[in-house]
Write a protein that binds this ligand. Sequence first.
Ligand code: GYE
Length: 348
Amino acid sequence: MRHSYKKYAGLACRMLFWMLFLSFVTAGCGPFQDVAPDVHSEKKMPDEGENLIVVGFSQLGSESLWRTANSESIQEALTRENGFFLEFSNARQKQENQIKAIRGFISQRVDYIMFSPVTESGWDTVLREAKDAGIPVILVDRKASLEDDSLYTAWVGSDMISEGEKAGIWLEDYLKEEGREEEEINIVVLQGTVGSSAQLERTKGFQNIAKEHANWHILKQEPADFTTAKGKEVMEMFLRNYTGIDVVISQNDDMTFGALQAMEEKGITTGVDGEIILISFDAVREALELVSQGVINVDIECNPEQGDYILEIIRKLENGEPVDKENIVEEKVFTQKNVDEYLDTRTY
Ligand code: GYE
């Protein structure tokens, strides 16, 4: 008797353990938490007869202030009041999560699929599946390199080669103004996520200009994942390994904040009256304030407010009207000379 009681108690304990383990894992607290995409549909699914346009959107993550502004712009445009049901999924920087989310949207038979590709390559198979299911795909922000362009209907984003070129042209003019155009100029670059179109194109654009200047030396380009924490780490590494740095280029503002912390800790000054020239990308409010204070020399704008462009594209598609395949958002360059007139209206 005692023996079989023990046996059943043991079995019950094991069952309880597995039940707890499974609820832990499915609640997103377990070891698989990074892999499962985070799907937000706090809004209830459209009722029969509601006639909403269902859009599945795989956002690549929430790594930066820019990204948060981009997600908000899309959520503010594709609202129920505007006739949409938006299913928002956060891929937390993992391509496998994006592919999983897109497959989920296909099996739900959504009306449109949107996604911001974390890196450029590796999308052909899943986009072919979307095409076979007859679901139009809209690329947001970053680009995908595809064998067949008919795998997506439209792309909305920035010309990031031109952003990189603007950084180079600004540096060219600035060095001239300062009478330093003949000087040897040492440059380090904090790059964004490796293999993302933002990293590849900003790098390429800057190099298009840098290659014209034999006296510009790119000492090192190192990825820092578009985050403040990584930006600080990489800048610390640059400061340990290189002396005589004249220019720091940071491919987004969040990395710039980290790089600034690293430099401040070493007593190094940047900006209009500083030792190091600091070039940043994105132009979020917090960074524009530093441009205004002269801590960042120049911020190349990358416009995250893409929601209204997407809204218009989908409305046209719904009406059977043609849409442009490439839709480039407008962007500026901010320095201490012009930034103040834009600061008041910056919402992100
Ligand atoms: O610059 C950066 C973000 O893809 C343009 O991604 C975007 C970049 C942006 O994390 O802040």
